[in-house]
Design a protein around this ligand. Structure first.
Ligand code: PHE
Length: 341
């Protein structure tokens, strides 16, 4: 039995030393020390030994077991380290390889212009107000002095949510005028940028969703002169001191008198060309003195206060500034286009 133990010891130690990986090592552990392992089966025969032999063999068996366990532990450590080394080698990071370039976005041309517009107006003492895009007809039309049968209310032009035409996607930012006047007392100086919606087919100059910046000033003694001065300041700050404006009489239900404002075409300086479609001028906004009915509807005393309002198309401002000929380019989000600004 002693001989068997010694054989087990030497064969196991050399097999452990040669084990190629952790799996093989575990198989060896089972083969020697497992329930059916060779050392275990020797121990099971201990009962047949004499009383003098038993402690000697027992001690030897324990030494063999300890030697095997120690060898397995040592080999496990050695193999684990090798494994780790291999892994680190395989996963080595070469910090000198150039990284993948990250595409950094930039501001959309409309955001550039909007930021400038907000800057220009806050510089003149305006604050920025926001209003809902889902609006009541009451605010989009009625309180803005549109008659019950005004053509702008028609279903062909407006996105309605309800059969009774009471809830809609706002067709203009002008309802924000009402929201502001209902909660704020004069003096009022606000602009309100935002999305508006109309049932227009998409083409080079139309989109069912576009942006306006509304402006409203209500104070004592406000005149058309203030309106002209303010809008001329906007145009000159946006397009340079050379920029020329033209105020044309127009009609809006909620302003009286009303006007439309054109900027002179930069391409032909008013002579007429492809860019301005032969007009020499390009329309950018509607404006006027706030209609007394609108002011009174919001509880503002028209014997004390007057005001002006305007609504400017942000797409138009942007297209003029960067000479963009097709509005669709502003919405397609093509990086080849957007990265030019
Ligand atoms: N809301 C008008 C439009 O969409 C523009 C406008 C605003 C006109 C304010 C006068 C005053 O055409």
């Amino acid at each position: 039995m002693k001989k068997t133990l010694e054989e087990i010891k030497s064969s196991s130690l050399s097999a452990i030393e040669k084990a190629a990986d952790l799996g093989a090592l575990e198989a060896l552990r089972v083969a020697y020390l497992g329930k059916k392992g060779s050392l275990t089966s020797v121990l099971k025969q201990m009962g047949s030994l004499s009383a003098e032999e038993r402690p000697i063999i027992g001690q030897l068996a324990n030494q063999v077991r300890a030697a095997i366990e120690e060898a397995i532990a040592a080999k496990t450590a050695e193999l684990s380290e090798k494994l780790l080394e291999q892994k680190l080698k395989n996963e080595k990071l070469d910090v000198t390889i150039p990284g993948k370039p990250i595409k950094i976005g930039r501001r959309h041309p409309m955001s550039v212009i909007l930021d400038e517009v907000v800057d220009i107006f806050t510089g003149m003492g305006f604050s920025v107000a926001e209003g809902p895009e889902v609006e009541l007809s009451e605010y989009n039309f009625t309180k803005l002095n549109h008659s019950a049968d005004h053509p702008a209310r028609e279903w062909q032009d407006t996105f309605y949510f309800t059969e009774d035409s009471s809830v809609l996607l706002r067709t203009q930012t002008s309802p924000v005028q009402i929201h502001v006047m209902e909660i704020q007392k004069p003096p009022i100086r606000v602009i309100s940028p935002g999305r508006v919606y109309r049932k227009d087919e998409v083409d080079a100059t139309h989109s069912p969703m576009f942006h306006q910046v509304e402006g409203l000033v209500v104070d004592k003694g406000i005149t058309m002169g203030d309106l002209k001065g303010t809008l001329n300041t906007l145009v000159k700050r946006l397009y340079g001191p050379e920029a020329r404006t033209r105020f044309r009489p127009h009609h809006f239900p909620f302003t009286e008198p009303s006007c439309e404002v054109d900027v002179q075409c930069f391409e032909c300086r008013g002579a007429g060309c492809r860019v301005c479609k032969g007009e020499g001028w390009i329309e950018i906004l509607g404006a006027g003195m706030v209609h007394p009915k609108v002011l009174e509807g919001c509880g503002i005393d028209t014997s004390v206060y007057s005001g002006f309002a305007f609504g400017v198309g942000l797409e138009r401002l942007t297209m003029r500034r960067f000479n963009i000929s097709d509005m669709r380019l502003l919405f397609e989000n093509d990086m080849r286009f957007l990265s030019q600004f």
